[in-house]
Design a binder for this molecule. Structure first.
Ligand code: URA
Length: 214
């Protein structure tokens, strides 16, 4: 009589093959963390636009894959390009304060940008760069599936809500991106240049907190 080990393994394989013929996979699905890591690796190897040639490195995200709140900014600046982490320069420090004012820790949210490579001299992203990078953002947000997205500034707002979504008009409103509520607000870099607008952003962040049920 054959030993049960190989027999059971063969039966399990036949069972899995039978299920696969019906389109049912019994292979464990990679975790959200693993899928995000695979996407980050793709981003690091990206040559879809020329920005990889001038950037130090790609900047994928910061924070936890379990976050219920995702912030989307524009593109890495100089500090982010050097450190490989989004929002770590002056605007990033203000964003961290904004998150703290919401009663959250930076580690509890997820932060990313529309563009993953820094445009030289922090110039405004070109339409072809935005187009090339958009699929990465879409994949990232679809994997994250957060409860709410807060777009920071005009570029991120248009990337998710379309070219007619003017930041001064839509900020503080609850809009929709593929079934996920989106609340646009001003970019922290704009708030550094224009501190009176901080009170508007604080009102917008309260809308975000409401969507989060806080
Ligand atoms: N501005 C952005 O839009 N993103 C960053 O990561 C830093 C500054």
């Amino acid at each position: 009589m054959s030993s049960p080990g190989p027999r059971l393994a063969r039966q399990a394989r036949q069972h899995a093959e039978g299920l696969a013929r019906f389109g049912v996979s019994v292979l464990p699905r990679p975790s959200k963390r693993a899928q995000l890591a695979a996407l980050a690796a793709e981003v690091r190897a990206c040559q879809r636009c020329p920005l990889y040639q001038t950037a130090t490195q790609a900047v994928f995200s910061d924070g936890t894959p379990q976050a219920r709140l995702v912030f989307v900014g524009e593109a890495p600046g100089r500090d982010e390009d050097l450190q490989g982490v989004p929002f770590v320069g002056a605007a990033g420090q203000l964003l961290t304060k904004m998150i703290g004012a919401m009663g959250l820790k930076r580690e509890e949210v997820y932060i990313c940008n529309v563009l993953k490579h820094r445009p030289p001299g922090n110039r405004t992203p070109l339409p072809e760069e935005l187009e090339a990078c958009q699929p990465f953002l879409e994949a990232q947000l679809s994997l994250m599936a957060p409860q709410v997205i807060c777009t920071l500034g005009a570029v991120a707002t248009k990337a998710l809500l379309g070219p007619y979504a003017a930041i001064t008009k839509v900020r503080g409103q609850i809009r929709d991106y593929r079934g996920i509520p989106v609340v646009p607000t001003f970019h922290p870099a704009y708030l550094l240049r224009n501190p009176p607008a901080k009170k508007d952003t604080w009102a917008d962040l309260q809308v975000v907190m409401k969507v989060l049920g806080r």
